[in-house]
Design a protein around this ligand. Sequence first.
Ligand SMILES: Nc1ncnc2c1ncn2[C@@H]1O[C@H](COP(=O)(O)OP(=O)(O)OP(=O)(O)O)[C@@H](O)[C@H]1O
Length: 824
Amino acid sequence: MKEQLKAWLKSEQNNLDLIIAKSAVSFYKQNKEKSNFQYDLKQCHIESYNLIRGKDLCYDRPSTAFAYSLWYHPRRVNTFLSFFLDKILDHNEQHLQLFDLGAGAGAIQWGLGLIYVGLLRLGKKPPKITVINIDTSPFMLTYNRDFLWAEFVKSYPEIDENFIVEYEVNSWNNEKKLETSNPILSASYLFDASDNKNEIANDFKSLVQKYKPKTVLLLTSNQPEKRPFIQELEKEFKQQGFNSQVVLESNLMFSNQLTNINNVRNKLSVSLNVSELQRPSYWRDSSHYGLILQNPQSEITFSSGPNKISSIDIFNPPITVRKDVILNDKQKRAARNSDLPSVIVGPAGCGKSIVITEKVKNIIEENKYNPDLKILITTFNKGLIGKLAEWLISILDSTKYQIKYDTNFHGYNDKSSHFTFNNSQQTNIRLLHFDMLPKLLGGIRYKGLVEHSKHFSLLDEIIKEVRMEEKINNDQYDNILNHDFLFEEYHRVIYGLQVGVAKGENTYLTIKRKGRGNNPSMPKNSYRRQLAWKCLTEYANKMHVLSLQSFTLRRQYFYSKLKSKELNIKYDHILVDEFQDCTDADFEIFYMMIKDPNNFTISGDLAQSIHLGTAANIPRDENMDRRQFYRLEGSYRLPVRISESIKKLSEAIVHRFGNNEGAISITPYKGSPPGARPIVVYGNSILELSEKVLEVFKTYNIYDLSRITILEKDLELLRELALKGVVTETDTILSLKGLEKECVLWSTRIPLEFEKEKFEFAYTIVTRTSCILIIALTEDTQNVYKEILGLLDRERLIFWDKLSETKFDTFCEEYELITIEDED
Ligand SMILES: Nc1ncnc2c1ncn2[C@@H]1O[C@H](COP(=O)(O)OP(=O)(O)OP(=O)(O)O)[C@@H](O)[C@H]1O
């Protein structure tokens, strides 16, 4: 029978070639009108050669699967059948289940489909077959389902309900019933990826251990550097009781040219002017290395009943339910109630906030929901306070506490909250935005909103007076006599370094202005410092006298009340998320409110220091002497390709901080959720930009996006996109800090509030996404961003069209790594 089937399969060679060619024609017809189709296809071909050069292919362009199908797909079908046909036929099950990891365009599905149809045509009864295709790229899976398989089924109508196909992007969280046992696990080329094979191998091994398949089929390129890796794996599997069989170069089932495919390639190369398509494609794919692993024990393991596949993570989808998050070992260690001041640092999205909530849970459980316990959790962003409360609700025992929210001015629930344990007369966990501490804990009266413009006008007036008094008529002091500089100086030095205004002159003239760099220069005891001092004291007086609402002043009042012991607030534990926004004075506030500094926990990432820039720091005073550092790694939020694209930016920031322990460069984490490389799109006008963004959104909606979040407030673009029916919102980074969105658009034309912190600012924007990042460029792209564009890894970007690529290149500026040194 085997020989008959082989003969039949061989006779189908031309038909298979034709099916792939027909699929390509229908894809072409559906997409040829798209303005970037030709460009994208060309890029796909150029990138495909990366595979040959041993580099990774990202599979995240709209035409990747189309290009792939005209070159690799037939070869993959050929090698699968040639290497593993016998093994599949030996598999004497009534229901054959196969999990195809890294399924790509579905070559294994084709192979099994052919076996199924072939057996029927030979009058045999095929087994029921279930193929579960798993891949990180929805583009590949969709091309398989909508084009290749659709055409395949037309040609082989015998494919019926006993041939079941599933498609899963990345996850195996497949709740479908699987009545039979002994699945086959197949992974072709999964370990060919050049840079993440160890992680994938580890995930793969745990998968095998968990599901104990009867057969594992591995296929890889027979390249000298790849073989040893598979051989290592083989050794490990053998130790676990698997028998192994190596299939070296096999007699390939199909050979010669792919006539129909080459016909399509030729036509496309002429009509689209893509020279790469002129190369003829062949069935033959030389040099492969196949490995069949069989576990003789597996039947016993599986005989106990249906095996429900619930969560197998080769690549994780983002976890949105807090209680489903399983902390990694480093996170668990950081979340222990350690009795030492704790500093949790790590790059954006590595799970610092997750750890904060876990630590709170640990503290509470160790204290058995003791009604005397008092914990304060604070951070600098309202939304994040709400999120932390949500996460706590998800992991705490709901029968042991009540939650109450503060109400806002209009009587609605605010984000800040109180958790009160059973039998407790007091709030046991207080979640509060830092800016509300002076009011809600310190009784400081707030009289209206803080308006920055009023501060700037006041400072402008003061500067004018001082210039007159000092008879300054030139621009020599402009870089200090301006409202931006003085406003920051007040917060970071007068308040932040606790210089104060009363009797502070001598301190100010001689203090090392930590983190303020040397540009503009303000030498100690210089006339420049005196000038600044004059303005700053006047500013402080006027704010006080005029009752000008100021976040800094509120903190100063709160600080004084604590210092003078007018207030006696004591917490058992204080946990601060996003500590990079804390000045030394803020830390003093915490020390004054905690019973024992050993129970102080801070988490953050200096690279996201937007408020304070390089002035942010990890406290090293006596309270923190015994501090314990926890460094988390890898971003669970950012798709691996995005982390790769911003690696240099992240390193540049670390360098600016002088490799301070609190700024940690990003490590691309291979198990992060699916997503594409950042997509760079340029528009000549807002209208053109919005049209292109609409196309990008439609294309990348394949990742199930619901909306675009524009950062920062680009109202014009918002309006244009809304007119086109795209659900769009615009937000600021200050309110999104510590939070995430599924599709972030960075509008580079919007000026930046904190120019000096442009690196930290841009980094925080691009790390807000959990799936798609669009970088929007126009002629108005801000000059300050050009060095940042230059730091992005070009190979890890998708340019939407030729113009976007060309403009990007003209915008990029070089940046030389520097460390911001303080002036002595
Ligand atoms: N161990 C884990 N397993 C799965 N997902 C995780 C894990 N740890 C964190 N995540 C997910 O990663 C995302 C980022 O987590 P979190 O907000 O705690 O990171 P962060 O380091 O505080 O981020 P930022 O630096 O932006 O403040 C969240 O969606 C979270 O659910």
